[in-house]
Design a protein around this ligand. Structure first.
Ligand SMILES: Cc1cc2nc3c(=O)[nH]c(=O)nc-3n(C[C@H](O)[C@H](O)[C@H](O)COP(=O)(O)OP(=O)(O)OC[C@H]3O[C@@H](n4cnc5c(N)ncnc54)[C@H](O)[C@@H]3O)c2cc1C
Length: 405
């Protein structure tokens, strides 16, 4: 990034005053109420402005769009943005692609893509899972072979969210078949809009088509789009997965009916009040339990984020993701219990039932995507609790000799 003069150190009060003053001068809430909120010109222009003013990723270094703020100071910035309802900051916590690129990308790739990613100008996707490699990602069989100044990629990916519109995919591919499976992998930013990439949508149980099959046939990826060292893709992947799990541990999609729930109140309490069952002692107990889980999970996620800020890919992230999956299933079950028989209804005339049903089905997103609940339990068992490792017969065998479909 140009114009990277160091910023003078500032106290917490100075930062609060500066960000509050900047928001007062620049934030226009109509950005969010415009017809195409989230996708429209006004929204994109706002995000670009936040990036330019270095509020998008204030924890990052000055030369990369940041301000080099501590976590506590960046939280001040986030609180000020939240106070006026302005989006765009906190990308140094939540922007999985830009964070991975900043941590592991070449200078050339960072200079080319970090800005557009932060500004939301390019769409990204994750090219990890394959028909024969999901939980066991180290078993991927998509191959990338060096040919001059680029790699040629062949294979198939699946469950690839947003692939249909993506400009780049974070790709894990095998570059060496003569070493054990974790050692022969490399990590790339693959350009998606090219003849060698074919995307076919898949239908989900929510009746949406967010994810896809991706067929790679002689697809080209420039050598400078390699992240980390050749053959060190497993370690880059761990960094990227830790970011993904931390985002999933913090939250998930809410109801999709668009019919507003009572503002400022815990949604389950508001729903129970609306349905006239708030006095039911069993429901009250269940609601209290979900709220307690949420509070605990928020504290745990903050702890895991602090680890990540120190540069370690914390296995505690797995605890947050697993907890969020449990919260979402529990919350959806409770919405159904609160509505009773009315939860069987569907369609726009019954938005609360529509939401309960959607959230019941969509809860599986968090318990499968980004690594299943069972895999998170394995990670917690082995890396947090120190239990013996699962036996892995193919761990030390050259991948070429590993049996697979
Ligand atoms: C909504 C959604 C979006 C997704 N988006 C993407 C995406 O954008 N990009 C991408 O690459 N992938 C994506 N995925 C794929 C997801 O990461 C995989 O589905 C997941 O990692 C599981 O892999 P799998 O489907 O191959 O199941 P498998 O690995 O075949 O697992 C099948 C079952 O066996 C269990 N199991 C497997 N191994 C073990 C073990 N060692 N111990 C205990 N139990 C085990 C699993 O928990 C699971 O219940 C998405 C998935 C969903 C649901």
């Amino acid at each position: 990034m140009d114009d990277a003069a160091p910023l003078a150190p500032a106290s917490d009060d100075q930062i609060r005053d500066e960000v509050a003053g900047w928001l007062k001068a620049n934030w226009d809430p109509s950005v969010l109420t415009s017809a195409q909120a989230g996708r429209g010109e006004a929204y994109r222009a706002w995000i670009a402005k936040v990036v330019e003013a270095r509020w998008a990723a204030p924890r990052w270094p000055v030369e990369w769009f940041g301000r080099g703020l501590s976590n506590e100071q960046a939280r001040i910035v986030e609180r000020e943005f939240a106070r006026v309802g302005a989006p765009g900051t906190g990308q140094d916590r939540t922007q999985l692609y830009a964070n991975t690129l900043l941590a592991k990308g070449t200078e050339a790739l960072k200079a080319k893509l970090i800005g557009p990613i932060l500004r939301g100008e390019i769409v990204m996707c994750l090219l990890y899972s394959e028909p024969g490699a999901g939980s066991d990602l180290a078993g991927v069989r998509t191959r990338a072979e060096l040919d001059g100044d680029h790699y040629v990629v062949n294979g198939q990916k699946v469950w690839t969210s947003t692939a249909a519109t993506a400009d780049y995919g974070m790709l894990i591919a095998r570059t060496n078949w003569d070493v054990p499976k974790h050692q022969g992998l490399s990590f790339f930013f693959l350009p998606m809009k090219q003849p060698g990439v074919e995307v076919r949508p898949l239908r989900q149980i929510t009746d949406e088509s967010h994810f896809n099959e991706v067929f790679l046939t002689d697809a080209i990826v420039p050598a400078e789009n390699l992240l980390g060292e050749l053959g060190q893709g497993w370690s880059v992947l761990q960094t990227a997965l830790a970011y993904e799990r931390s985002v999933m541990g913090e939250g998930a999609r809410g109801p999709r009916s668009g019919v507003a729930e009572a503002a400022g109140e815990e949604p389950l309490i508001a729903l129970a009040r609306e349905a006239g069952v708030l006095a039911d002692p069993m429901l009250r107990q269940d609601i209290a339990r979900v709220i307690a889980y949420k509070k605990l999970n928020a504290l745990n996620t903050a702890r895991a984020k602090a680890d990540l800020a120190q540069g370690t890919s914390s296995p505690v992230m797995s605890l947050g993701k697993l907890a969020m999956s449990r919260i979402l299933h529990e919350e959806a079950r409770l919405r159904t219990a609160i509505l009773g028989a009315a939860s069987l209804l569907e369609g726009p005339d019954h938005p609360r039932a529509e939401d309960a049903n959607f959230l019941t089905l969509n809860a599986y997103f968090t318990s499968i995507g980004g690594g299943t609940d069972q895999i998170q339990r394995n990670i917690i068992g082995e890396r947090v609790l120190g239990l013996p490792k699962e036996p892995e017969v193919d761990r030390d065998v050259p991948f070429r000799e590993v049996r697979g479909g």
